[in-house]
Design a protein around this ligand. Sequence first.
Ligand SMILES: Nc1ncnc2c1ncn2[C@@H]1O[C@H](COP(=O)(O)OP(=O)(O)OP(=O)(O)O)[C@@H](O)[C@H]1O
Length: 328
Amino acid sequence: MTNMSHIQSAPNRIAVHKASAAAEPLLEVTGLSKSYGRKQALQNVSFTLKEGSSFGFLGPNGAGKSTTMKILTGVVKPDQGSVKLFGEEIDSNPGAASRYIGYVPQEITLYERLSAWDNLEFFGQAYGVRGAELRKRMKEVLEQTGLLDRAKEEIRTFSGGMKRRINIAAALLHRPQLLIMDEPTVGIDPQSRNHIFDLIRGLNRDGVTVIYSTHYMEEVEALCDEVAIMDQGMVKAQAPLGELLGRYASQAIYIEAAGMPKPQIAPGITSVRKEGSGWVLETEQAEHMIKLLITECSKHNWNVKKLEVIRPSLEDVFLTVTGTALRD
Ligand SMILES: Nc1ncnc2c1ncn2[C@@H]1O[C@H](COP(=O)(O)OP(=O)(O)OP(=O)(O)O)[C@@H](O)[C@H]1O
């Protein structure tokens, strides 16, 4: 029954020792490999997740993000490797982790002919939330997702974005400490996207750790403090966002000036390339270079039309780390 995948996805409970949380990473993933027939979806995937972080899993379609998320939530078994939650192997205790993990799969898993309220009641009970606590949580998650006023309406009358928000609400009923979301904004309206972003930021502020899988770089830049870059079944890099930008992408200056010839590579400039009617100069000393360029332009009477600093972006990081642009 496909609608059950929320529940099937979450491993059963294990005794997770919260006391060890300070010493252990929340999640430690080591050497995951997975093949579907001859297709190797994952090759030796490893990463760690700190409690309280907002972790972006960035990669193109087919990179292996969903397979990784499904392994973390117990839907798919890896061929090799381990997943530890607070230092404890999830696999060794098949009861586990559902208390800690909320999973929002890529596919919408709701009953179309039931109301939002009835869907939430169903999923809440399946997660073991009951009675007055369940009713309280249903109201809270409907408020959090901005859909309290639509609670009694059937899901089939909802837009794709609203369905997605109810899907997220269902994964929150049991107050998970780790929320895993697999491409939650694909194909939805901007209003729902904003609701989802606000929700994630709010949850994160309240201490919920979030894993957010996406192929949209701007979403990772807007939401995440830690990033894993995934391509062709491998994690190519993992670091805090600022560190990745500093390590794999350099600052640059764009200059467009009438009469200006190609700038020479000089100390402080690592590369020069043509872009449109101007030049892009990669440099670690943007301020200093801007002053030099202004002096040179005024000395030679090159009329400056545009001069700006280009911030390093995840796009540059992705290109450096994988050798390809992030394609849709
Ligand atoms: N059940 C399956 N059977 C066969 N191949 C699969 C299966 N699930 C995934 N794959 C393949 O494994 C690779 C990784 O897929 P996965 O869904 O994990 O990637 P993804 O990064 O989540 O991409 P997408 O956003 O398209 O889901 C792809 O080549 C995909 O076609």
